[in-house]
Design a protein around this ligand. Structure first.
Ligand code: COA
Length: 139
């Protein structure tokens, strides 16, 4: 089930986020990402995917009015189950235009998922010692 985030979901979202970061050693240099997550969860439209026996298994936060997806994280035990697809579909309904997001160039898991979902690369940023990211736009 996908539903709007409630305050009580925030600790579970934080746990998923923290666990996902263990697969992203390049993110260690990104300061303030936990604070940014907290702000997003507290102030932006957000949805969770919930499974009756497991609780929250994924979440998405959306910046408005830019329709920018700034967090999309799925519990590692529930990947390849359509959770990201479902969360993005809900965000797309809520958005006023095409969704966009930035993905780290090192994040091949996410890049492959977005490619499978029909997202297009529209720009690259970073380089020269700075984090490289790709701007993607949704179908
Ligand atoms: C990227 C992520 C959100 C995908 O979530 P998910 O729930 O597993 O994705 P879905 O099950 O909805 O899959 C959507 C499509 O992507 C494909 N896909 C997902 N992960 C993939 C991977 N690692 N490699 C290749 N294809 C992949 C699926 O097969 C599916 O395509 P299909 O319908 O044609 O079969 C998830 O792996 C994740 O949370 N990763 C860690 C956090 C992260 O990187 N977030 C993104 C930050 S920008």
């Amino acid at each position: 089930m996908i539903r709007p985030l409630e305050t009580a979901d925030i600790p579970e979202c934080r746990d998923i986020f923290t666990d996902c970061l263990t697969d992203m050693p390049w993110r260690e240099r990104h300061r303030g990402q936990h604070l940014a997550l907290r702000r997003a969860l507290e102030t932006q439209p957000a949805w969770v995917a919930e499974e009756p026996n497991a609780g929250v298994i994924g979440f998405l936060t959306l910046q408005v009015p830019t329709d920018y997806v700034d967090h999309l994280f799925v519990d590692r035990d529930w990947r390849f189950c359509g959770v990201a697809r479902g969360l993005l579909e809900v965000a797309r309904i809520e958005a006023t235009g095409a969704l966009s997001l930035d993905v780290d160039s090192e994040n091949m898991t996410a890049r492959r998922a977005y490619e499978a979902l029909g997202w297009q690369v529209v720009a690259s940023t970073g380089g020269a010692g700075r984090a490289r990211q790709m701007r993607l736009v949704g179908p």
